[in-house]
Write a protein that binds this ligand. Structure first.
Ligand code: FE2
Length: 385
């Protein structure tokens, strides 16, 4: 079955991979207080709260808020917290990691088939195919393990006509969130941080399980500053719908930012999600107005260097500079990107906002230097460098 996924404004793509993967679907966070984190995503990130599950809907052990982008209802974030000490999956996760991403989902043609194939290919099972059902039909899901405590979730909604999935209702309250529109259109890529010497293991695990391929890799010396370094490999579905970079720490003079993540997160896990926009200047301006904090602006010299190059930049460089947006030139194309500070209490998970121009397909390798120096300044403030 073919399904064109439209990220309103981003070109429609017909999927073409052996696992029947159509697109990214919801990402679920486990957090201490779902209502508070949902409010932040609504107010700061400009998402709408579109679904709710909790005691009022007969969910006694946990509460979940579903948020979606007003610019693309297929861009979905679920925020979940435990309502009881015995809700072990959530409580144990949050106790160890703090707030973080428990699972990211891909919509597939046939959950049972994709799951069976993944297991046959060597994926570690987490939860076999299960059906959630109500008067509006049913939703199928199945899960495989990823990193220490995360999961990849397969999902299919073809036989469901209700709101999101059984168990969810329209939110019964109104936060009266006053916010600027942020134009967020969907997930571009999701990045994991793993322990030293584990990057190859996890890239092979994902490549084998999901029939993905390694797109690019960065070895010793490719990504380093004076103090810290990392290794990185990007695995992706062969039709490029799903992109999953994986980082591991590498020896530098001081502590790698990946090592800081692993120490603070107490393990390997999801480092950041990159969100697509088709107008990064407006998105970042409004995200800033909504209260999102971004990493420090790059130095003046960074923009002087960009200004000296002729690559057909269509945006106003002064505006990019004013907003601290990074530019990575890539052959005939370029990408624009910016990184938030960690959104929670620990220096772990953050968001990236990204716009790809003229076919750019990379991940901002040219910006790593500027970016990491900025992260290091933050690390130093925390006494972790
Ligand atoms: Fe990224």
């Amino acid at each position: 079955m073919e399904m064109g996924i439209c990220y309103g404004g981003i070109p429609t793509r017909i999927h073409n991979n052996s696992m029947g993967i159509r697109a990214y679907d919801y990402v679920e966070f486990y957090v201490g207080s779902a209502k508070m984190v949902a409010y932040w995503h609504a107010k700061a990130m400009g998402l709408d709260i579109v679904g709710y599950k909790g005691p009022e809907t007969d969910s006694r052990d946990r509460t979940s808020f579903l948020l979606a982008s007003p610019d693309n209802p297929n861009f979905k974030i679920m925020i979940t917290s435990a309502l009881q000490p015995e809700t072990y999956d959530v409580q144990n996760f949050v106790n160890r990691h703090g707030d973080g991403v428990k699972r990211w989902s891909v919509e597939v043609d046939d959950v049972e088939k994709t799951y069976a194939k993944a297991i046959e290919n060597g994926a570690t099972p987490s939860e076999g195919p299960f059906k959630l059902e109500d008067k509006d039909g049913y939703v199928m899901q199945a899960r495989i393990k990823l990193y220490d405590d995360a999961e990849i979730n397969f999902i299919n909604f073809d036989n469901y006509k209700g709101l999101f999935m059984p168990g969810f209702e329209k939110p019964r309250f109104n936060f009266q969130v006053n916010k600027q529109p942020t134009g967020l259109k969907g997930i571009d890529h999701i990045v994991g941080n793993v322990y030293i010497n584990q990057m190859d293991y996890w890239s092979q695990y994902i490549n084998a399980s999901l029939d993905f391929e390694t797109f690019i890799e960065f070895g010793p010396g490719d990504i380093s500053t004076k103090y810290s370094a990392l290794l990185s490999k990007v695995v992706r579905s062969k039709d490029e719908i799903i992109k999953n970079p994986i980082n591991e720490p590498y020896d530098g003079l001081k502590k790698s930012q990946i090592e800081e993540y692993i120490n603070e997160y107490r393990g390997s896990g999801i480092q950041h999600i990159a969100i697509l926009t088709s107008d990064i200047i407006t998105s970042v301006k409004n995200l800033r107005e909504n209260g999102v904090e971004f990493l420090d602006d790059p130095p003046e010299a960074y923009y002087d260097d960009i200004a000296s190059k002729d690559f057909g930049l269509t945006e106003d460089l002064e505006k990019l500079k004013e907003l601290g947006i990074l530019i990575d030139i890539e052959g005939k194309g370029y990408l624009l990107q910016i990184f938030t500070k960690p959104i929670g209490d620990r220096p772990t998970f953050f968001y990236e906002i990204i716009q790809r121009r003229k076919g750019a397909s990379g991940f901002g390798q040219g910006n790593f230097q500027a970016l990491f120096e900025s992260i290091e300044r933050e690390q130093e403030r925390r006494g972790n460098l």
